[in-house]
Ligand binder design. Structure first.
Ligand code: GDP
Length: 500
């Protein structure tokens, strides 16, 4: 039984969009999209680099930038202004709206980007995981200064864990941004040495192929080779202008991804899937409520009907709104939309349905954050398969000397949900050649081992855990990713292979 809450799920009827839109023209000349997660060790220069990225694309409000520059001059370090661009934009956004991850949308003539910030702080790990699960590629920022790289790469460093996460979650490419090169006068030897060491590690220990790795030299603070061709001799002598800037690399990856998607599926063939981050019934009108979240795939128009999974509650969309983020203003401005766009983030779906609102209030299980909405159409009731048991590929990280046993309890993080679970069976070991090896009995799994395992959700309070709507990685690369945590530490990650 895939539904909870609703006893006799009636197959809901699809409803027509309120307006007739020229969808072909809305979606045909779309620029390619790319979402990238910014990862790396604390102090590698992630915020500074992204601030420079936005500034060099003229995406930062002039007054806002001036304010930040004045403040940072007063604080005694001019460069702080750059790092604050990202931080403050995010702060502003969090004020009025519930954001589950830190994303910033930015477009150029060539592509639309979604920058996903992965906060390094421990409290933000679930958020970082949500962010990483959404990213097409990873941007691994490396402090290339003489001991910067070594400290990020050490036993405790986040560089390794982030690289493992990116690989395990199935990111297509990893762009390794060699940052802070201004501090070592663009030392080519140092650059090559780090590249060689990272390649060895990322290919031999992590599992990436050489072709998945792209290296680029930059200085986030000076903006060298970020979006403009470098002019500094000590860099151009070995990195000539025919080689790409960071921006060119990202634009190119957006095109590569777009071309790959084109050949497989168009947006019209995609199933509309919406990942819920918040539900609010707190409106004056007795019938009004909203569901906030992000578009995972496909699109939806006002007037159409969606259904929640696993709750099975059909709902007709009255209006669609998105907050316009203007960090220079203190208020959030909402824009009405007739239709969502690709990978829309922070979308508010509004409903006017007294009966559904009353149901939602009396049964919180009908729609919860982390659940999915999908579109009801003529040939598809919409509901997504939900389960409490599944098989997945698991790549383990550092287990800190506590091996995984059959029956080990963990937290699994999938889509927007984090749930307690038990690893019920070890099915196969995966060897270094990525082949599955069946062993009679696998008694335990140690650090950095790879295996196919069976996982079952558990619930301490009630007997039956609430099912979770899931997709296999094969069917949906974003929703088919899963991360395992234990005692506040990320111990592994992987792809969902089969729902049981
Ligand atoms: P994060 O923790 O990775 O976000 O790192 P920040 O962006 O906060 O930067 C950490 C420190 O490194 C700050 O003091 C920055 O001013 C400095 N920094 C960042 N990028 C560069 C760079 O390209 N060159 C130099 N010289 N310093 C940098």
């Amino acid at each position: 039984d895939i539904t909870v809450g609703v006893k006799n799920l009636k197959i809901p009827k699809p409803t027509k969009p309120k307006k007739k839109l020229d969808l072909d023209s809305i979606f045909s000349n779309e620029k390619p999209n790319l979402s990238f997660a910014v990862i790396g060790h604390v102090d590698a220069g992630k915020s500074t680099l992204m601030g420079m990225f936005l500034k060099s694309l003229n995406k930062v409000n002039k007054n806002f930038l001036k304010k930040l520059e004045d403040e940072s001059a007063r604080a005694g370090k001019k460069s702080f202004a750059l790092a604050w661009i990202m931080d403050q934009t995010i702060d502003e956004r969090q004020r009025g709206v519930t954001v589950d991850i830190c994303t910033t949308a930015v477009d150029t003539n060539e592509a639309n980007f979604i920058i996903i910030d992965a906060p390094g702080h421990k409290d933000y790990v679930p958020r970082m995981i949500s962010g990483l699960s959404q990213a097409d590629i990873g941007l691994l920022i490396i402090d290339a200064n003489y001991d910067g790289f070594e400290s990020g790469f050490s036993y405790d460093g986040q560089t390794k864990e982030h690289a493992l996460l990116s690989y395990s979650l199935g990111m297509k490419k990893l762009v390794i941004v060699m940052n802070k090169l201004d501090m070592i006068d663009y030392d080519e030897e140092r650059y090559n040495d780090i590249e060689k060491r990272l390649r060895e590690f990322l290919v031999n220990d992590v599992g990436f192929t050489q072709e998945q790795l792209i290296f680029v030299p930059v200085s986030g603070i000076d903006g060298t080779n970020v979006s403009k061709k470098p002019t500094i001799k000590s860099l151009t002598s070995w990195y000539p202008n025919c080689k790409p800037t960071l921006l060119e690399i990202l634009e190119n990856e957006a095109k590569v991804l777009h071309a790959a998607n084109e050949s497989s599926k168009s947006i019209f063939e995609e199933k509309f899937l919406f990942q819920i981050s918040d539900i609010s019934t707190d409106y004056h009108q007795a019938s009004e409520f909203s569901i906030t979240g992000r578009v995972n795939s496909g699109f939806i128009q006002t007037g159409e009907t969606v259904i929640s999974s696993p709750g099975g509650l059909p709902l007709q969309i009255d209006s669609i709104k998105t907050p316009e983020s203007d960090a220079s203003k203190d208020i959030e401005v909402y824009k009405e939309r007739d239709c969502t766009v690709k990978f829309d983030n922070n979308v508010f779906l509004f409903f006017k349905d007294k009966k559904a609102k009353d149901e939602l209030k009396s049964n919180i299980d009908l729609v919860r954050s982390g659940d999915l909405l999908s579109k009801v159409s003529v040939d598809d009731a919409g509901v997504i398969a939900s389960t409490i048991k599944f098989n997945c590929e698991l790549n383990l990280f550092d287990l800190r000397d506590i091996p995984l046993l059959p029956g080990s309890k963990v937290l699994v993080h999938s889509g927007g949900q984090e749930r307690p679970a038990e690893i019920t069976q070890f099915l196969y070991l995966i060897d270094s050649e990525k082949k599955k090896k069946k062993k009679k009995r696998i008694l335990h799994l140690g650090s950095y081992k790879r295996a196919v395992v069976e996982v079952k959700l558990i619930d301490e309070s009630t007997k039956l855990p609430r099912p979770i709507p899931l997709m296999t990685f094969e069917n949906d690369e974003r929703l088919g990713r899963i991360v395992f945590r234990r005692d506040g530490i990320t111990i592994g990650a992987g792809k969902i292979l089969e729902l049981l």
